[in-house]
Design a protein around this ligand. Sequence first.
Ligand code: NAG
Ligand code: NAG
Ligand code: NAG
Ligand code: NAG
Length: 218
Amino acid sequence: MHSSGQLPVQSNRDSRPIKRHQTARKIVHRVRDSLTTRVSKLVCAIFLAFLLVVGLITFVLWLSLRPHRPRFHIHEFSVPEATNARVSFNVTIRNPNLSIGIYYDSMNGTVYYKDQKFAWKQLLFPFYQKPKNTTVVVDELSGSALTVNDQRWTELKKEFRAAGMVPLRLEITSNIRFKISTWQSKRHQAHANCDVSLGTDGVLLPTYIGKRCPVYFT
Ligand SMILES: *[C@@H]1O[C@H](CO)[C@@H](O)[C@H](O)[C@H]1NC(C)=O
Ligand SMILES: *[C@@H]1O[C@H](CO)[C@@H](O)[C@H](O)[C@H]1NC(C)=O
Ligand SMILES: *[C@@H]1O[C@H](CO)[C@@H](O)[C@H](O)[C@H]1NC(C)=O
Ligand SMILES: CC(=O)N[C@H]1CO[C@H](CO)[C@@H](O)[C@@H]1O
């Protein structure tokens, strides 16, 4: 038992220094390896975190800097029973942005009945709208703004009042530029479409008052 047990111990003893040496080297190697992987992992993590932070900042900047389109609301629209043919309306335009101004270089108002254009006019002069400002556009289309003759107008006026829910549409087209500090965007054409219906009195039905007009760009 003793001798048989001693032999392996002795042989163990002989190889121990080498083994120890090897193990120590291995350990050093492993430590070095794990150190380099750790360092590279750390560098990777730092880099990823940096990317994430940059991405977040960009996203937040984009969220807060991207221009919001102006908001159009219709408040009044009427075809009065008067001797002279006319259509009058009141639309408000709001610039919802905190620090973006809007230049309106030109603006046209067109009225459609069953998608047929019957009145058209250039609105306002070019103007600049400050951030968070609301511009009221009150105007009327009469005389040369109406593209129908007197006879047709008389018919139309009757039709507008007869059924109640007559499909009329006021389209306001504007060429706009956004202004952020000293930078100006290129020109965009914004189309706001206000659907309206008149009552028998020729005035905008209450359900349409204050309604938002969808806007699209071309
Ligand atoms: C146009 O409508 C707005 C919003 O309701 C109102 O404040 C303004 O007084 C109206 N303007 C005219 C001239 O009716
Ligand atoms: C919008 O701007 C005009 C002209 O700069 C100013 O007179 C008006 O008070 C402003 N309106 C609002 C609601 O800030
Ligand atoms: C308004 O109409 C005039 C004349 O047809 C045109 O020159 C101008 O480009 C139009 N503006 C918009 C914004 O549609
Ligand atoms: C730059 C700027 O003013 N952006 C604003 C545009 O409008 C929206 C809505 O009011 C704001 O959230 C933005 O900060």
